[in-house]
Design a protein around this ligand. Structure first.
Ligand SMILES: Cc1ncc(COP(=O)(O)O)c(C=O)c1O
Length: 412
């Protein structure tokens, strides 16, 4: 297979200081990007610049530092919103996808979900798109139901259609599975769900970092994503919501800055999105996320996607030559995000990850916060290699060599 490149990986790698380090005396081969990505110097510099030049609280002070910090924080909101085809005023900064989902659970769910209602999610979700809905259903006397999967790891649309006949209040679905890599047709799912009267929540944790995303075209009501999976800092992410829903929703947290006026017996709320950003916000990391957006935009998300499609195609073809290798999820790289979950015969994924670590290769092993999916796959855990812009064909070759070594150790 041709090792053609759509982006200059060698040049990109120079932007990531951590990729210069060695692990156990070997070149670091970082293949744990679905868990979190490495950060380019531009992002690290944005954090240092904020703390060294204009560290100050936002939306409060009229002094120069306060004005500069507010401008940079709001500029970051604008960048993050534009990146996903949304308006800045419809984007609230949160800690990440998990908090985005929990915000919807509390601020929308508490008011709107009633006893006897049905909520729908799918069998391929990360726990962060299951547990909040379980808690909401339990508290309200509602029922949480799951869309099933087809043998190839795609959603069973027949099962989805039959759940829609129960007129669910909410449909929550991932855009891209962090285990199978399956890219779901969220635009179709949201259109059908809306027709059935449901509110839609899309988990964009594994799509926004890897492919062009246009929330307007998806047509969902809520969409969450995490900065740290898209070259940005940890502790920052976003919830984008339909503006009329955001307006009528209750606040998530109460405290400073989310209010307009406070009286002894009641309070009124600040404008959206500030209504959802109580207390001192994560200023530095929001600015860092803005820098990550600039970095990815300069590369071009269509190129990021094409790079990963080619890497996945190469990796699937190459790793299948390793005896005992078994991958899960769709086989067509065009239908898959930049992630391959696999097992090597009956080698325990933790043993495999430890052997690979000795070679400087970082992969994830475990249930990937998707235990219902593990049960459906009938495995306890899997290994997972996941890619981003700085991964090369050489990284795939290193992984293959590591798997062959493990295969020899375990006499596969
Ligand atoms: C598909 C998916 N959804 C949600 C999350 C949760 O993201 P965070 O931990 O950044 O809140 C993850 C993280 O791995 C994920 O992969």
């Amino acid at each position: 297979m041709l090792k053609t490149e759509v982006i200059n990986v060698e040049k990109i790698r120079e932007d990531f200081p951590i990729l210069k380090r060695q692990v156990h005396g070997k070149r670091l081969v970082y293949l744990d990007n679905a868990a979190t990505t490495q950060k380019p110097k531009a992002v690290i510099d944005a954090l240092v610049d904020y703390y060294s030049r204009y560290n100050s609280n936002v939306h409060r002070s009229v002094h120069t530092l306060g004005e500069e910090a507010t401008a940079a924080y709001e500029a970051a909101r604008g960048k993050a919103a534009k990146f996903v085809g949304a308006r800045a005023k419809d984007l609230a900064f949160v800690r990440g996808t998990t908090e985005a989902t929990n915000l919807v659970r509390f601020a929308w769910g508490e008011k709107n979900v009633k006893k006897g209602d049905t909520l729908v999610t799918t069998l391929m979700e990360h726990h962060s798109n299951i547990v909040p809905w379980q808690l909401l259903a339990k508290g309200k006397g509602a029922t949480l139901k799951f869309v099933g999967l087809q043998p190839d790891g795609t959603l069973d649309m027949g099962s989805f259609e039959s759940l829609l006949r129960e007129a669910p209040k909410l449909v929550a679905v991932t855009h891209c599975s962090n285990v199978l890599g399956t890219i779901n047709d969220v635009a179709t799912i949201c259109a059908k769900a809306r027709k059935a009267g449901a509110i839609t929540v899309v988990d964009g944790a594994q799509s926004v970092p890897h492919m062009p995303v246009d929330i307007g075209a998806i047509g969902c009501d809520f969409f969450g994503f995490s900065g740290h999976k898209m070259l940005g800092p940890t502790g920052i992410g976003a919830l984008v919501g339909r503006s009329d829903l955001l307006e009528e929703m209750e606040p998530f947290h109460g405290g400073g800055e989310m209010i307009k006026e406070v009286f002894l017996d009641h309070s009124t709320w600040n404008d959206v999105p500030h209504k959802f950003e109580a207390g001192t916000v994560n200023i530095a990391d929001a600015i860092g996320l803005g820098a990550a957006v600039d970095y990815l935009t300069a590369i071009g998300m269509d190129k990021v996607r094409e790079h990963e499609v080619r890497l996945i195609a190469y990796a699937l073809q190459s790793l299948r030559e390793v005896k005992g290798f078994r991958a899960y999820g769709p086989e067509d790289p065009e239908k898959k995000g930049g992630v391959i979950s696999f097992n090597l015969a009956d080698v325990h994924p933790h043993d495999l990850a430890t052997i690979l670590d000795e070679e400087g290769i970082a992969i994830r092993s475990g249930h990937h916060c998707a235990q219902p999916l593990m049960r459906w796959l009938d495995v306890e855990s899997t290994s997972r290699a996941s890619f981003h812009v700085y991964n090369s064909y050489d990284d795939v070759d290193a992984l293959k060599a590591g798997l062959l070594k493990a295969g020899a150790i375990f006499k596969i």
